[in-house]
Design a protein around this ligand. Structure first.
Ligand code: URA
Length: 235
């Protein structure tokens, strides 16, 4: 929480004396209600502060990366299971962050969160073809026929047709899979359609971002430059 007048000067609304005048004239509203008292405490992250009806500063756009451990469901609320929201430290819990897409309860690895709804929808839209790279341990060993089948667009056991994807065998029972869409249990179902049941799954990259050395269960905020790059990928 900070003083409204201090926030207004910091947001470029004017000098201290100009801000006093602006407030006196009733040109500033907090969550729709006119506030004239400069000493009123506001929370710019959580509230909408307007000058002449135009939002000032507003909520800071935030994108956060989590290295998800297994055992957490990707949901904002669940009656039975622990959710990924519980892995966000306290100071991030009131930022209106939502998970970008979904990882299964058993899947580990890179999961993004953002409070920018527009960016979120573009990142998960199959039309934007945002690449996601998964590491899988699985039954059997991927071969040339499997690589070709992934490339030409697999048909899953229930008849669902997938976009072209990349399968890179790493050795017996281990592969990297790159997909540009996010259907329910997609990688597990793609591998199952080629008789390679997935035993372990980790997302290692999304939209050009990699987990790097982020420890399991930990989060980090993306830099402004990384967010710019995300914007380009999801344009
Ligand atoms: N594909 C899956 O099958 N599961 C995930 O969690 C992510 C992609």
């Amino acid at each position: 929480m900070e003083r409204l007048d201090k926030f207004l000067t910091g947001a470029g609304a004017g000098t201290r004396s100009q801000v006093k005048q602006i407030l006196k004239c009733g040109r500033v509203a907090v969550d729709g209600a006119i506030v004239k008292d400069g000493s009123a405490k506001v929370s710019p992250e959580a509230q909408t502060i307007t000058l002449d009806g135009e939002p000032l500063g507003g909520k800071r756009r935030m994108v956060v990366m989590l290295n998800k451990p297994e055992g957490y469901v990707t949901s904002t609320d669940d009656p039975r299971d622990r959710t990924v929201m519980e892995l966000l430290p306290e100071e991030y819990r009131h930022q209106d962050l939502k998970p970008v897409g979904r990882l299964d309860k058993a899947t580990e690895g890179l999961l993004l969160f953002t409070n920018d709804g527009d960016l979120l929808h573009r990142l998960i839209s199959p039309k934007k073809e945002v690449p996601k790279v998964y590491y899988a341990k699985h039954e059997g060993t991927a071969g040339t026929e499997d690589i070709r089948a992934f490339e030409s667009g697999l048909t899953l056991r229930d008849g669902t047709v997938c976009l072209s994807a990349k399968l890179e065998p790493l050795g017996a029972g281990e592969s990297l899979i790159t997909v540009c869409e996010g259907k329910y249990h997609q990688v597990r179902r793609m591998m199952a359609s080629r008789n390679m049941t997935v035993l372990y799954l980790e997302r290692r990259q999304e939209a050009g971002l990699a987990l790097g050395d982020l420890p399991r269960g930990q989060i980090r905020e993306l830099t402004a430059e990384e967010i710019q790059n995300l914007e380009k990928v999801a344009q």
